[in-house]
Design a protein. Structure first.
Length: 400
């Protein structure tokens, strides 16, 4: 039986009251703005404790089965909890690859043994997950992945390299795409999908320093690394199909994520608040008509994203191009986010050239750091160019 409006209202008040009391104080170090910037042990432990507290209170994984650590509730309750997290500006839930990609995949198509083994550890932040898809020599050509998985008796032997492995140095498990049949007629048919442990001999990670000066990504090297046969998900040769389903979760086109905030979201209003006191030619910058036109455009884009999410849940409004909003949401959201942050820096004038650590930087350099970090989202999960091709081919029906 669906929850009543009164029950949902009371739940929202309950969550809000909990957030007011339990929101952690800011530490004496920079927290990541998204799950792609967890670069040191202090950040990791702070966010791990916060995620555990959220889960223990019942506000994470609310729609996942109780048998695997979830709440067994209607998805609307998790949506309300997420809204209140955002409204109270609490820290992110860092284990996003587990909560949003690996977890929903295992929950939807995994064996009972896999569900029992992995899901609870994802929710309570005990087990961190990373993703092993991209490789140095193949860019966005995921179907051409060359990391090898060779079956020997009761094990698979891994050799190869992955890159842009978010939190690879902290992860216990990896969702891994590897080639089990290099002789397959179609390159896609030679790939298999693994739930691979990271803490085995022959797996090495090396941190990658980003333009922000921070870390969060690693290179991952496999040198005769041996993993059990039961790490294989599905059958050999089904890797491409399973990887595409995983990317549907990553790109927001499939439901099932456990909830929580994956990044600090900023709005046009946040930008306007940050620009109070900024002048251009002796006048407030926000009174410049050209600037006001740019701000209105940003407001329109932000509103369109919000309305698109609402429209996505209304079937009759999605009949012309079914799935179009879901499939295009990652492209639109990442590019709108980047443009907003770029606008915020540009409107700071000369102060826009300052960065984190400069005492004169506006808001401690928050917008500059946010702008640099925004490029991760335009690359991860498929670059904006790849996303545009997906929209063109799979929604509009245009030729390759």
């Amino acid at each position: 039986m669906a929850a009543t409006e009164q029950e949902l209202h009371e739940f929202r008040e309950e969550v809000s009251a909990w957030m007011k009391v339990n929101k952690p104080a800011d530490p004496d170090f920079l927290l990541p703005q998204s799950f792609m910037e967890v670069g040191d042990e202090r950040q990791l432990e702070f966010l791990r404790e916060w995620q555990f507290r959220l889960w223990s209170a019942g506000y994470l994984g609310m729609a996942w089965p109780k048998a695997y650590g979830g709440g067994g509730a209607e998805p609307v309750f998790q949506s309300i909890a997420d809204q209140e997290m955002r409204r109270h500006n609490v820290p992110i839930c860092f284990n996003v690859i587990g909560l949003g990609w690996a977890g929903p995949l295992i929950k939807d198509i995994g064996t009972e043994e896999a569900k029992a083994k992995y899901l609870k550890g994802i929710l309570n932040a005990e087990d961190i997950w990373c993703q092993g898809f991209s490789e140095p020599d193949h860019g966005s050509d995921l179907g051409n992945a060359q990391t090898r998985a060779v079956r020997e008796a009761d094990q698979y032997v891994l050799n190869g390299q992955k890159i842009w492995t978010t939190m690879g140095n902290f992860a216990k498990y990896m969702i891994l795409l590897a080639r089990t049949n290099p002789e397959a007629e179609r390159k896609y048919d030679g790939l298999s999908f693994f739930l691979s442990p990271m803490h085995v001999e022959g797996v090495e990670t090396r941190p990658i320093r980003k333009i922000t000066g921070e870390y969060g990504f690693t290179e991952t090297f496999f040198t005769d690394a041996r993993i059990p046969l039961d790490c294989l998900m599905g059958e050999e040769g089904q890797g491409w199909k399973i990887a595409m389903q995983t990317l549907q979760y990553e790109r927001g086109a499939e439901a099932g994520a456990a909830g929580g905030l994956s990044m600090i979201r900023v709005t046009v209003q946040d930008m306007l608040d940050s620009l109070q006191g900024v002048c251009r030619d002796g006048e407030p910058v926000l009174e410049d008509p050209v600037v006001r036109d740019a701000v209105v455009q940003a407001i329109m884009e932000e509103k369109a994203l919000m309305l698109g999410l609402r429209r996505m849940g209304i079937g009759p409004l999605n009949t012309d191009y079914p799935g179009s909003i879901a499939l295009s949401s990652k492209l639109r959201a990442s590019e709108v986010t980047r443009r907003l942050r770029q606008l915020a820096i540009g409107l700071q004038g000369a102060e826009g050239g300052l960065y984190v650590g400069d005492p004169a930087a506006r808001q401690g350099g928050f917008w500059q750091r946010a702008y640099f970090n925004s490029f991760s989202a335009t690359i991860g999960g498929g670059t904006s160019q790849v996303q545009a091709n997906i929209v063109a081919e799979h929604i509009l029906g245009l030729p390759k």
